[in-house]
Design a protein around this ligand. Sequence first.
Ligand code: FES
Ligand code: FES
Length: 171
Amino acid sequence: MAGAGYRPDARRRQVLQFCDMKVSITINGSVHSHDVEPRTLLVHYIREHAHLTGTNIGCDTSSCGACTVHLDGEAVKSCTILAAQADGGSVTTIEGLSKNGEMHPMQKAFMDNHGLQCGFCTPGMVMAAIGLLNENPAPTEDDVRLGLEGNLCRCTGYHNIVKSVLAAAQK
Ligand code: FES
Ligand code: FES
């Protein structure tokens, strides 16, 4: 039985601290090391620990794709991966795409072809689109529609998004 000095909150804190684990992830070329709970999702690590808020959270069902980033060169939904699973890995987010102040060709294609309206889905859409072209550099319109089916947009009707990706493929 717990004695008079037993403090459940302190005990809980101790247990949680004990459970924290060190995770190191290179994000956009910089190493970020933090102690996190094992259940921390990669998207929360990126937003709350690395303070990179370009990667959005649009659902809690792994269905919208707003959280898409590249992990070791592959497009992934960062809400479906634990930060611990990315330990030692290399992540690129939308903030890491531009080089020397120049937008990535995919970002430029979205801008030139009006591939966005409110912009909420756009970071994830751009990261997924780059992943798509990495795998298939010369996609057909159907390939693009199929390849981006895991990314939802509430605004654009998708037409200009597909146009943007096809335009980027031409560059
Ligand atoms: Fe990751 Fe919606 S926030 S799929
Ligand atoms: Fe608004 Fe896609 S541009 S959700």
